[in-house]
Ligand binder design. Structure first.
Ligand SMILES: Nc1ncnc2c1ncn2[C@@H]1O[C@H](COP(=O)(O)OP(=O)(O)O)[C@@H](O)[C@H]1O
Ligand SMILES: N[C@@H](CCC(=O)OP(=O)(O)O)C(=O)O
Length: 370
């Protein structure tokens, strides 16, 4: 038997509906068959399933404005139960139990909630139950939303410490341009670096039920590969796509994982909190962080942007505005503004206290460059 892998399979609305406004149950059976086969091969499978809004629309036979948030939330509330019922019925054919987890960004921002979600996921996998994950659309407001299931699937893969993330969609992979509007576009089979040139190729969704298009798939691939997880974008309707993607190369667009996978707490930094502020670093601090693996000292901070509390996540940016790292700041924005550019020994005299000599400890910092 091959080595056991944990695989997160993200199924976009486009795959589950075939571009219609109803769930394509015949195709869902086929996807379930493949998941069951993967499990027989000894792998663990997690589904991130879109389709709640589409299922709600189908169930209510209601045509309403999908740009209206309340309408979308109503459809998701109705559709999510239909969706999970469908999955449950189909997995039952193979005697497989499923467990539903509805998440929002708020569940991943707080380290304790993140660890709770991780424990639930691991408990489901340990008991051979297939976790089926979606955003908790019915309650999620813009502030606490991940916003799209591509990014949610990357966060899930990081949470589960998965080996592979499959983003299944209505295209065979990432093309040199949106193939809907550029018939000459060609498939990119392997990506080793995600940069602005590549991002420029990725457009939005081609439908009003899908969210994010290729742009969010690239964001997801980027987060996952930094956490050491290989990501593949492939066509959900390609025969045997799930099995073939896991067992062989040459399917879809493959994003190689970065070699040095990061450890647990740093995985959370990538997956969890959104940043509350930015610290602009001088050239010396930038080099120390990127090249020497140092912690950040107050003297290297040129400018403090945004309002944040002690313990919040901030982005570290160069003078040119390039984001190079994310980290947990030991000082609030107000305090840091008073001590920026100063030597660590001066902190106590200026603030009347100190939270340690470093502003961001190396253990609380994750680099974003390649
Ligand atoms: N460079 C590109 N390569 C492939 N597809 C692209 C590209 N840019 C934009 N797209 C669009 O992304 C769509 C898939 O994203 P989306 O509609 O969000 O699907 P899903 O529901 O599977 O997440 C494709 O149908 C395509 O129109
Ligand atoms: N959570 C939403 C799907 C959001 C989403 O990202 O959709 P998609 O781009 O089709 O993966 C739903 O269940 O309808």
């Amino acid at each position: 038997m091959s080595v056991s892998k944990t695989i997160v399979v993200k199924l976009g609305t486009s795959v589950l509906t075939g571009g219609s406004y109803t769930l394509d149950k015949a195709h869902m059976v086929e996807l379930v068959r493949q998941c069951a086969q993967l499990r027989q091969q000894g792998h663990k499978v997690i589904l991130v399933s879109s389709g709640a809004v589409a299922a709600g629309k189908e169930h209510l036979h209601m045509s309403c404005d999908l740009n209206n948030l309340a309408n979308k939330q109503m459809l998701a509330a109705v559709g999510q139960s239909q969706l999970i019922l469908t999955w449950q019925t189909l997995f039952n054919i193979y005697g497989i139990h499923v467990g539903q987890m509805l998440l929002t960004r708020a569940d991943l921002e707080d380290r304790e909630r993140y660890l709770n979600a991780r424990d639930t996921l691991h408990a489901l996998l340990k008991h051979h139950i297939v976790p089926i994950i979606n955003e908790n659309d019915a309650v999620a407001t813009a502030e606490i939303k991940v916003g799209d299931n591509d990014n949610l699937s990357a966060l899930t893969a990081i949470l589960a410490q998965a080996d592979q993330l499959l983003l299944l969609t209505d295209q065979p992979g990432l093309f040199t341009a949106d193939p809907r509007s550029n018939p000459d576009a060609t498939l990119i089979t392997e990506v080793n670096k995600i940069d602005d040139n590549l991002r420029a190729l990725a457009g939005g969704s081609g439908t009003n039920l899908g969210t994010g298009g290729m742009a969010t798939k690239l964001q997801a691939a980027d987060a996952a590969r930094r956490a050491g997880i290989e990501t593949i974008i492939a066509a959900g309707h390609r025969p045997n796509v799930i099995i073939d993607t896991v067992n062989q190369t040459g399917v879809g667009t493959r994003f190689k994982a970065l070699e040095s996978a990061i450890e647990g707490r740093k995985r959370w930094l990538l997956a969890g909190p959104s940043s509350s502020g930015k610290l602009v670093l001088d050239a010396g601090a930038t080099d120390a962080i990127v090249l020497q693996g140092s912690s950040l000292l107050a003297k290297g901070v040129k400018q403090v942007k945004g309002l944040f509390e002690r313990g919040d996540l901030v982005e570290l940016v160069t003078v040119q505005g390039e984001v190079i790292a994310k980290g947990i700041c030991r000082y609030s924005s107000i305090d840091l503004d008073k001590i920026k550019t100063l030597h660590s020994e001066q902190i106590k005299a200026v603030l009347g206290f100190d939270n340690g000599k470093v502003v961001i400890h190396r253990d609380d910092l994750v680099l974003l460059d390649d």
